[in-house]
Design a protein around this ligand. Sequence first.
Ligand code: ZN
Length: 279
Amino acid sequence: MADCTYSVPDLNTSGDALYGPRICNQPFVDWVWSTHGFNGTYWQGGWGFDDACNNTKPLCRAFNGFWLLNYSADDYNNEDWNNDILHWGRRYVREQLHAINDLRAMCGDGSAIARTSNSGCAHYRQISSSSCDDWDRNCCDWIPCSWVCGLITWICRAWVTITSSVCDLFVPGRVELYLGFFYTKDVPGRAETLVHESRHIGGKPHNANFPRGSVFGAGKSGADSDWGYQGAWMYGALYLWWFYAAGTRTTPALQQAAKQRGNVVIDNAFATHPGFTIP
Ligand SMILES: [Zn+2]
């Protein structure tokens, strides 16, 4: 536990003073807990399971990130994929974290932010169940409409459930959130991390080394090749950009911080610089 000591930075600067009271709401807590794959074993004791409204503890601070992610679009119930990431980011994160179903709080090395491992089964589950959904939607185009369509859809879904559960047994996937997530990241930055890790679950690993001069460690692996790869760094930066440009129920200071962080990502996390920054 030597690495598991932390200090709590200024609650106004991080946004926890603003968002903390908002998450202190039983229906929200129940909803966010049950839909994002929280693994209860890892949030007990000092992590805040019995103290969810305490914005100096990890659980509350994670909830704050989820609250921002879910309610920063003006019309937050509109999570259509055709809209922007400020709208559908919440849905993307919810679906990915639900698919992997194992979200843990851990110490890490003190500076680490988060890590997704073995997301293969969750990815398989996502891809295959959307194939079943496609079948279900379009069956009548392919064969004469009848009960056979429904039966095949049922078999498809049962097959996905069984095979992905077997997959989970052998390669259990998980997302770990470390002290850096809870205490070095501000609330918008935590939402960025949730989007970033969800993109890993969605099947996009990092595919390049950090460029010369990168604050993330020049030459080390963990970067994305370019913006067009649509990887975890791109998703995170894009979320921050939209939050900066169109976020609501927040403060100008947090929006500025999101812009700053977004530009750090844009300038440092791509092997080939995207060629623009957030203006
Ligand atoms: Zn990553």
